[in-house]
Design a binder for this molecule. Structure first.
Ligand code: FAD
Length: 418
């Protein structure tokens, strides 16, 4: 660790999953300089996964969303500034602008996350009763809509749309999911996994419409129907848009940092400016494991092997790697990604990235294994935590598993670890 790094003022923009992990790691690894963590939202830093699961369902109170309590920030001497978006970075003077004032930094980390894509106003996306699921404020705004008997149309059959659909169905709403791709989960999971999830939703009365997009929403001030591309009209009381997210790169772009499907970093998490680092949903990093789409909620990869991930695991692991590297560790970020989704009584756990797979091997109906040739790339485990753990350990060790053994449910799964 260098003397400069020990006493430097580290400013972190974005007080979410990655920002908090980065600040905590800097302190726990002995950083003695000031740490300022700046967030645009008013709420204390919180975890997002329950927003489309237990919090939306009403079974998790808000304080359980908080990543750390107030005592932690005071004890760790992390100066937490909430409700103040940073509006400008001057990388030459090394200052940030927020609260209409400027603050100098020695080292800057950008952990600005993502923004939800909205339905365009031209398609009725600005009507009342149309919601996104990204922030606590988004979910608080829609919760009163979740009353039994009401009708919701969910646009987008990815993880977030399907999780919201499951909550709505459990609460007694009439739920229709509209997915423009030929099938749900097409960006992230195999047809086998999607078939399981489809059957689960249908068994709970959810109507899934695949292969047809939304044409526009109808309403006078407030939405009352969804018109689909095939001419169908679905009457509804409200709409949830689960149509993906985009990395929040506005500040970085204005500051002249290099972008490549997010804020481009090197393998250490450093951006094109040597004093600026990035981590989490907003950052893309070099990736040897393949290129293209697929896997555990990837934000996508650029040709030439860059990857951006949208997951809690990536936010924490990349942030901790960046903190170590700010302190001089020189550690490459090479994750084995993992992800999960909860829908009804299904816990879907995903290890690895299925990008580039040419074969899928089903193990009974509880796990799906993705291969490129003989190389194991990823596994979807459906209420099968043992398959997930075995797959994760194999992938972390850079090992594969014989597909013929995988396919035979009579073979004890732990035997795959050899
Ligand atoms: C509904 C939902 C369900 C999810 N479920 C799962 C799941 O089951 N499993 C999983 O692994 N992942 C899940 N995710 C994804 C996971 O939550 C994200 O990948 C993770 O939060 C990314 O962390 P981050 O720190 O990069 O971004 P965030 O946690 O989004 O934090 C970024 C913060 O930066 C702030 N910010 C942005 N710009 C500025 C600025 N200019 N100034 C100050 N602050 C700024 C934002 O307001 C935000 O608070 C889910 C996400 C959502 C929305």
């Amino acid at each position: 660790m260098t003397i400069a790094a020990v006493s430097a003022h580290v400013a972190i923009v974005g007080a979410g999953q990655a920002g908090v992990a980065l600040a905590a790691r800097l302190r726990s690894k002995g950083h003695a300089g000031a740490i300022t963590l700046i967030g645009a939202e008013d709420a204390p830093p919180y975890q997002r996964p329950p927003l489309s699961k237990a919090y939306l369902m009403g079974t998790m109170p808000e304080d359980r969303l908080h990543l750390r309590n107030a005592h932690f920030y005071a004890e760790a001497q992390i100066d937490l500034v909430l409700g103040h978006p940073v509006t400008r970075i001057d990388t030459v003077a090394r200052t940030l602008t927020f609260r209409a004032a400027s603050m100098p930094y020695d080292v800057l980390a950008l952990t600005t996350g993502s923004v939800a894509r909205r339905l365009p106003a031209s398609a009725g996306g600005d009507l009342g009763g149309v919601y996104a699921v990204r922030s606590l404020a988004d979910v608080d705004a829609m919760r009163a809509e979740f009353a039994p008997g009401r009708r919701v149309v969910i646009v987008g059959g990815g993880y977030i749309g399907l999780e919201a659909a499951a909550v709505a169905a459990k609460l007694g709403l009439a739920v229709t999911v509209v997915e423009m791709a030929p099938r749900i989960l097409s960006r992230v999971a195999s047809a086998e996994t999607a078939a399981h999830v489809r059957a689960l939703h249908q068994s709970h009365g959810v109507t899934l419409i695949e292969g047809t997009g939304l044409a526009h929403l109808e309403g006078a001030g407030r939405v009352r129907a969804a018109h689909l591309a095939d001419g169908r009209v679905i009457a509804c009381d409200f709409v949830i848009a689960g149509v993906g997210i985009a990395p929040d790169t506005g500040l970085a772009e204005d500051a002249g940092l290099t972008l490549a499907n997010g804020i481009a970093t090197d393998c250490f998490g450093r951006t094109s400016d040597p004093h600026v680092w990035a981590a989490g949903d907003c950052a893309s990093f070099p990736w040897q494991g393949g290129s293209g789409q697929g896997g555990a909620e990837p934000g996508g990869a650029e040709p030439g092997g860059r990857l951006r991930l949208e997951s809690v695991q990536n936010a924490i692991d990349m942030a901790e790697c960046v903190a170590d590297n700010i302190l001089g560790a020189g550690r490459s970020y090479a994750p084995v990604p993992w992800f999960w989704s909860d829908q009804f009584d299904l816990k879907l756990q995903i290890a690895g990235l299925n990008t580039g797979h040419d074969r899928v091997v089903a193990r009974g109906d509880t796990s799906v294994w993705y291969y490129a040739g003989d190389r194991l790339l990823a596994v979807d485990a459906l209420n099968d935590p043992r398959a997930f753990m075995v797959a994760k350990r194999l992938l972390e060790a850079g090992r594969s598993a014989d597909p013929s053994l995988v396919a035979d449910p009579a073979v004890d799964i732990r035997a795959l670890l050899g």
